[in-house]
Design a protein around this ligand. Structure first.
Ligand code: ACO
Length: 320
């Protein structure tokens, strides 16, 4: 048994900041941001929360799948930016959806989070423990971004994406997952629940801090390696893949991965131009866009790949 994606959904807040808006906040320019990242604008919450975005994306995914919330056995939410710690975000979503038969828990693997949550859902389905699982990536990164740090605030946006997985026989799936805690300092965000937390802007540790170049170098090396590893496990080649759905961190990272894999860039859909890096929401938002546009056809072979804080990275090979 494997989990087949039978529906997708996504939600981003209406309000957005474009690059010129950011140039009014920090010393940057539209030209610099476009050239270095590909990002043009990012959507930012006003009244929404991580929970409300997760609920809206989930409702869309359930509608797309035709699955009733009461059929769900498990709700997995990947997030590191939820406004609630207790109860967990997944239980908040469960209540709002009326998914009374589902268990729910959260998982944090930063930008690799959706991929790890998807692989976790697959493991539960393969074990026979659950048959129908809602996997969500939801982030309010605007709450953890230091709006005075031009090295990070230009990159991130808010949003949520969701996918419904249902147990089926005989379709393709392979995972690979990796972490390297030894390199964790490259991207950090300290909890605001620690003893020395200062409730003001002096506490820059409670905002995201990143060694951008280190993360960039890590991504362009490890993502192609993970993709080749998962393809080797699946007995496939990159030429046999229809689409590589990568975490949307930076256009230059996606282009570098395409080059290393010697694949045409048209096989690497991108939407960071519109949303920036939405961390664990980026892969399901992109999947939902491709699904709704009709780009993905039944039987298409996909590789999903995520990377980010941890450091962590991984890939999944699947058939649509
Ligand atoms: N506007 C203008 N100049 C800037 C900006 C900005 N927003 N930010 C940095 N600069 C300057 C730097 O100060 C530096 O100036 P200097 O040469 O005078 O010292 C110069 O631009 C070059 O800086 P770099 O950091 O070398 O720029 P780089 O080309 O590496 O681009 C970037 C920076 C976009 C952050 C890139 O490194 C990157 O995308 N890294 C990967 C980030 C990522 O993918 N994160 C994903 C994980 S996120 C997660 O897990 C939550």
């Amino acid at each position: 048994m494997i989990g087949k994606i039978c529906g997708t959904g996504s939600y981003v807040p209406e309000h957005f900041l474009d690059n010129d808006d950011l140039a009014r906040l920090v010393d940057t320019s539209d030209e610099w941001i476009r050239e270095r990242t590909g990002v043009v604008r990012r959507h930012i919450i006003e009244d929404d929360t991580t929970v409300s975005m997760a609920v809206k994306a989930s409702r869309a995914a359930l509608e797309d799948s035709g699955v009733d919330p009461k059929e769900l056995d498990l709700i997995l939410v990947s997030t590191f930016t939820s406004e609630v710690l207790l109860p967990c975000t997944a239980c908040e979503v469960q209540r709002e959806l009326g998914a009374v038969n589902a268990a729910g828990f959260d998982l944090n693997a930063a930008c690799t989070g959706f991929l790890f949550a998807y692989n976790t859902a697959q493991a539960y389905i393969a074990s026979g423990m659950y048959r129908t699982i809602l996997v969500i990536g939801a982030e309010s990164l605007s709450n953890t971004v230091n709006w005075k740090d031009r090295g990070t605030c230009i990159l991130f946006g808010d949003g949520a994406g969701a996918a419904v997985l249902r147990a089926e026989e005989g379709t393709l799936y392979q995972p690979v997952t990796h972490s390297d805690g030894g390199k964790g300092n490259a991207l950090t965000c300290m909890s605001r629940h620690r003893k020395d937390w200062l409730p003001d802007e002096q506490d820059t540790d409670s905002y995201m801090k990143m060694d951008g170049q280190a993360v960039f170098k890590f991504a362009v090396k490890k993502v192609p390696e993970a993709v080749l590893e998962v393809l080797s496990k699946a007995g496939r080649t990159a030429d046999e893949v229809d689409y590589f759905v990568l975490h949307q961190a930076n256009q230059r990272i996606v282009e570098a991965v395409a080059k290393r894999l010697q694949q045409d860039i048209s096989k690497f859909p991108m939407n960071m131009q519109e949303y920036g890096n939405t961390s664990s929401a980026s892969i399901p938002i992109l999947l939902d866009e491709l699904n709704r546009k009709g780009t993905l056809k039944k039987g298409d072979r996909l590789v999903l790949s995520g990377f980010g804080a941890g450091l962590s990275w991984g890939a999944a090979f699947l058939e649509w």
